[in-house]
Every structure is written in C-alpha cells, then in structure tokens.
Design a protein around this ligand. Structure first.
Ligand SMILES: Cc1ncc(COP(=O)(O)O)c(C=O)c1O
Length: 367
C-alpha cells in the first residue's frame, strides 16, 4: 500500500531539531516532571511490565471525567492524538466512502482517508468569516456516501474556536444524514480566555472525539492521547490497536494520570505561556500590517498569517530554514499557498529571536 506523505509532520520530523529557531510547533514549551507534580523517586520501584492494552483504569477514569456522561468504557488510550485519529478513521471508513473535512485542518485525517481509498470532500473556512464553517455549506456538500464529518476544535492551523451554536448546527446536519462526527479536540484546554470550547461529545451520539496530552497540557513527549466513543466502537478500536501498539507505554500512562489530576494547573500554565507571548508576536505582526493579515488566535499557540510578499509559501519556508535556520509551516502543507503558520508557545526570547530572523527575510522580499 502506498501512503501519501504527511507533509507537515515530515517537514517537522526532519528539520525541527536541526534549526536554531523552531517556530513550527503548535504546542507550548513542554512542562517538566516537576511542573507536572512528580518526583522521579516515585518511580524507583515500578516494574516495567506491559500496561493494560486499552490504558489503565485510573487513566481512563480520569479521561472520562472530562466528558459529560462518559465512563472508562468510552475511552481507549492511544499513542498521542495521532494514533487516536488513525483508529477513529479506520473504525468508520470503508474504501469508496466520502469524508467531509472542514478545512484548513491538521492534515492527518485527510491523508488517512486518501491512503485507505476514501474521497475527501472539502469545506473551506475563510479568514473573512472568522475561519468559522457555514453549516449550510456543509449540508449542501454531503453526499449519500458521506460517512463522517471531520473537524478540529479549537482549530489547527487557525487557532479559532467553533462556538456552541456552530457545534449544534453541524451536529444537526450530521444527524439528518446519519453521518459520524470525528471531532479532534486536542487543543481543548488551550483557550486563551480560559473558557472551554464546546465538545461534540454529549451533543450527538455518533461522535468520536480524539484527545491528547500534547497540546493543552504541554506534555507531548509522553505520547499519550485517547479516543472517546460509544462503548461498542471503543471495543472495536481496541481490537484495531492490537495491531498498532499492543499497549500504551506504562510510564507515560502513569505520568499521564498525574497530568490529568493536575490539569487545571497545566491548563493555566499553557494559557499563561500563550497570553504572555502573544503581545510580542502581535507587535511583530503589527509592524508589517500592510503586508500581513491574521486573526487573533483564540485556542492554541499558533497563528495562520496571510502574506502579500511575492513568493510561494514552500519556497519561503525553505529559504527561512536554509538561510535563517528558522522553521515555520508553509501554507502549502494545508493546501493554502499565500499563508504561513507560526507557533509562538515556547520561551518569549526564543520566539522573539526567531521572529527577528523571519522579519529580516520578509522585509528583504518586500523590496
Ligand atoms: C489537530 C491535531 N490533532 C492531532 C495532533 C497529533 O498530536 P499528538 O502529539 O497528540 O499525536 C496534532 C499535532 O499537531 C494536531 O494539531
């Protein structure tokens, strides 16, 4: 089977540790074990066995407590949100099916659908409309073969939040056509104003939510995520995951429990990092206001920026990498040339120094 390349992840995998300034990351500066509330001594006597293959009961109970009406039987622990998305699509898609994707989006589901013989039906959001989808447009694009509607909320790459009215309207469209909703909610908890974005879980029964400790919690190195779904679908995805991981890493499940127990502290940390860094980034953007357009991010440490400079986005990112040792994500990776995505969730001085390099390049291209 031929897999199409997951362009953004390949770009980051190959170069993020090879540049001086990595502004391609969508999460915040990673938390330490101490910030998570752990003393490594606690691990001294732990026996490194296989963990329960669907995740420990303790972890699944904690994850379930984040979703109205969910129980541990509605949870499957995965290797990050990435594996969670993989199982969600595998569960509902058959070759020849259509999948309606609200774009731009983290392109994983897009790639999986195409790799496994499905057809992507795009519904684009636009900056002029606040990057918010139009439920009527979604309804108009549904075909008899549409198996699911996929979206991320808060959204990557726009960092906008779809409110309760939009979530309900999309659920109503799905209900009318009997489609699944695949809702990637890995940035839930990273909202700048601290108001939790609405989940599809509890609103519409044919919902699969994917989640992760990577973004809102600042612990991507744990590689822990989970799926929230109806019990029989969790059972089926658990069987699928016998092929992909056998079990989540024991240590990560254990540390992950502490992360979830201390979640309010970690959400606050994430929020503080984003809110601390945004004014500096905004100032940098304002200085180039005639050439750049953007919307203020609401729910992640990222910003999708439209530029007027006469250069293709991949070429711009490539030149920044090779000439300025700075990594950003080209809009081409989202099917949106003319845009670039910046991550600004890491340390303030580091972000600033990277932006100075990008500024030098952009200002030279303007002339
Ligand atoms: C929307 C979205 N879903 C899933 C993932 C995968 O995250 P994880 O590190 O949890 O595998 C990402 C990573 O950037 C993402 O942006």
């Amino acid at each position: 089977m031929k897999f199409r390349t997951f362009e953004m992840e390949r770009w980051q995998s190959v170069y993020e540790n090879a540049v001086e300034f990595n502004l391609s990351e969508s999460g915040v500066h990673p938390a330490t074990l101490a910030e998570v509330g752990l003393d490594p001594q606690e691990f001294a006597d732990i026996r490194l066995s296989y963990s329960p293959s669907n995740g420990t009961e303790r972890f699944r109970r904690l994850a379930a407590s984040l979703q109205d009406g969910a129980s541990p039987d509605n949870i499957l622990v995965t290797i990050g949100g990435a594996e969670a998305n993989f199982h969600a699509v595998m569960r509902v898609l058959e070759p020849g099916d259509d999948a309606l994707l609200i774009l731009p989006n983290y392109m994983e589901v897009h790639g999986i659908v195409e790799n496994f013989g499905g057809r992507v039906i795009p519904v684009w959001t636009r900056m002029e409309n606040g990057w918010i989808p139009d439920p009527d447009e979604i309804a108009a694009k549904i075909t008899p073969k549409t198996k699911f509607i996929s979206l991320s909320n808060p959204n990557n790459p726009t960092a906008q939040v779809f409110g309760a009215d939009i979530v309900k309207a999309i659920a109503a469209v799905a209900g009318k056509h009997g489609c699944w909703i695949l809702s990637d909610e890995v940035y839930r908890g990273a909202e700048r104003d601290g108001v939790r974005s609405p989940s599809f879980w509890g609103i519409y029964p044919k919902t699969i939510v994917t989640q992760s400790l990577s973004k809102a919690y600042g612990t991507p190195g744990l590689r822990i995520g989970w799926v929230v779904a109806p019990e029989e679908d969790i059972a089926a995805m658990w069987a699928q995951s016998d092929y992909t991981k056998i079990a989540p890493p024991l240590m990560s499940d254990l540390v992950g429990c502490r992360v979830l127990e201390n979640r309010e502290k970690l959400y606050a940390r994430t929020r503080e990092l984003i809110n601390r860094n945004w004014p500096g980034f905004r100032k940098w953007l304002d200085q180039r206001a005639g050439m750049l357009n953007w919307l203020e991010p609401k729910g992640a440490a990222i910003c999708m920026v439209k530029y007027k400079h006469p250069i293709n986005s991949t070429l711009l990112a490539e030149r920044l990498r090779t000439e300025k040792s700075t990594l950003i994500v080209p809009g081409d990776h989202f099917g949106m040339d003319g845009y670039v995505r910046f991550g600004f969730g890491t340390e303030e001085d580091y972000t600033h120094a990277g932006l100075v390099r990008v500024g030098e390049m952009l200002d030279s291209l303007k002339q």
